[in-house]
Design a protein around this ligand. Structure first.
Ligand SMILES: Cc1ncc(COP(=O)(O)O)c(C=O)c1O
Length: 441
């Protein structure tokens, strides 16, 4: 491992390769049941599961139980869950208020091919909380973004979409490591994140053809890189002047502050997309915003846009969402959780500062990422220069000590995490860094 500034340009050394192989071996030895289940799963599920992000070397663990902020794996190990299901697990595991609400709702009515009260109530809660005039539900954040894009294309009669290098808007809209080959075939213009002059120049070049600008107020999957307020407001102003629709993807970040990160940073979108925790553990997505755009879906209009989906208004999700927004994650709780996340990130940074290793942390509120980089990344190109061996050793080191994070370094605090669990996680990071410092001399 190399310290200081020279880390960026080096390749893996034999020392790194040996250390990573040793850490993978220890992980595999400790988790025989998970390895077995993974091998069995691969016979019927390509890759052993249905969510590419879960893959890591040597194999992902199988979890069999969750309670509060603790996960238990198939070999009986307990983990402090710092991943929080990539932000969907904000409520932790087995939140009894959600279970009770869903049980009560499903006891009355289950699969209903019609309108039911839970849908309207959740829509009202979403409009009140996030300042929306209208909202529509989907089954995922990906779908919410696809429908938001459809709304913009139909409203403008244009076809080009501005997205950002390092952005992620779902499995069919991924730019986190360059445009994915699996992306939906839109005509994308890919702009540089947090670079206002570069983005404005691209908007100008495409000003008569842009249907929408789609932006995350913080690039989540791209490394938890927060948008600069002037960048976000400047992009929206410039896009609006060009006649494009401004779409804020708050699928991850709507948990920040009282009504999401974009408004907190002063950026007000025409359409905003939602997902993750709002469904309380059930599949969820939504897109909402200005009535003039959303009312294109009003079936009382002669030329309305169709938006179908068998499970869009499923009773379980709607009932769970109601209790999440009305009782559990109120605006006051959201504000406090954002502050708690900022404190924890500062505590992580203080632990990192004790060691001469190129590791930094960045993010906003309760969503953050550890990066094997000497200083915080400001864009996707910085993230791409991380030290892969150190990143993996950090992940496996924390895992080995009972702390579950994303292989890519992401951490998302859930509500049931106790102060003691957060302190234990910090001690585990300290211990991991101490070991890595010794190994690297
Ligand atoms: C910013 C953002 N948008 C959209 C999505 C897609 O949501 P889903 O996985 O529910 O389709 C994600 C998922 O991680 C996301 O982070």
């Amino acid at each position: 491992m190399v310290h200081g500034d020279s880390w960026q340009y080096r390749v893996m050394t034999q020392l790194d390769i040996d250390q990573v192989a040793k850490a993978r071996g220890a992980f595999a030895d400790r988790n025989p049941q998970s390895r077995l289940r993974y091998q069995q799963a691969r016979k019927v599920l390509p890759g052993g599961h249905t969510r590419t992000v879960l893959s890591h070397t040597p194999f992902p663990l199988t979890f069999v139980r969750g309670d509060g902020a603790v996960l238990t794996d198939a070999d009986g190990h307990d983990y402090i869950d710092l991943l929080g299901d990539y932000t969907a697990g904000l409520l932790g595991h087995s939140e009894h208020r959600v279970l009770a609400a869903v049980h009560a709702a499903l006891s009355e009515i289950a699969s209903v091919g019609g309108i039911h009260p839970h849908e309207t109530r959740l829509a009202q809660l979403m409009c009140d909380r996030f300042g929306l005039e209208r909202v529509r539900f989907t089954n995922s954040g990906t779908e919410a973004n696809l429908m938001a894009i459809t709304t913009a294309i139909q409203a403008t009669g244009r076809r080009k979409l501005m997205v950002f290098h390092g952005g992620y808007h779902g499995g069919l809209l991924s730019f986190a490591s360059g445009p994915a080959s699996s992306n939906a075939p839109y005509d994308f213009v890919i702009a540089p994140y947090n670079d206002l002059p570069g983005t404005v120049a691209l908007i100008e070049q495409n000003r008569d053809e842009l249907a929408a600008v789609v932006v995350e107020p913080m690039q989540g999957s791209g490394g938890c890189i927060a948008g600069e307020p002037q960048f976000l407001t400047g992009v929206f102003a410039s896009a609006r002047a060009a006649g494009a629709v401004c779409i804020a993807d708050e699928v991850m970040t709507s948990r920040h502050g009282r009504s999401g990160l974009a408004p907190m940073l002063g950026a007000h979108a025409d359409i905003t997309t939602y997902g993750k925790y709002i469904g309380g553990g059930f599949s969820f997505g939504a897109f909402g915003g200005n009535a003039d755009l959303l009312d294109q879906f009003d079936t009382e209009r002669s030329n309305f846009i169709s938006h179908a989906g068998t499970f869009n208004n499923n009773v379980a999700t709607m009932a769970a969402g109601e209790v999440v927004l009305a009782d559990i994650f109120t605006a006051d709780v959201a504000e406090a959780h954002t502050a708690r996340g900022n404190d924890f990130r500062a505590n992580l940074a203080a632990v990192l500062a004790r060691y001469p290793l190129p590791v930094s942390v960045c993010g906003f509120g309760s969503i953050m990422s550890l990066h094997a980089l000497a200083s915080q990344p400001t864009n996707a190109d910085d993230v791409a220069r991380r030290d892969p061996a150190l990143q993996e050793l950090l992940f496996l080191g924390l895992y080995q000590r009972g702390v579950y994070t994303a292989a890519r370094g992401m951490i998302n605090l859930s509500l049931p995490l106790t102060d003691d669990q957060l302190s234990t996680a910090l001690e585990s990071l300290d211990d991991t860094l101490a070991e890595l410092s010794r190994l690297t001399g």
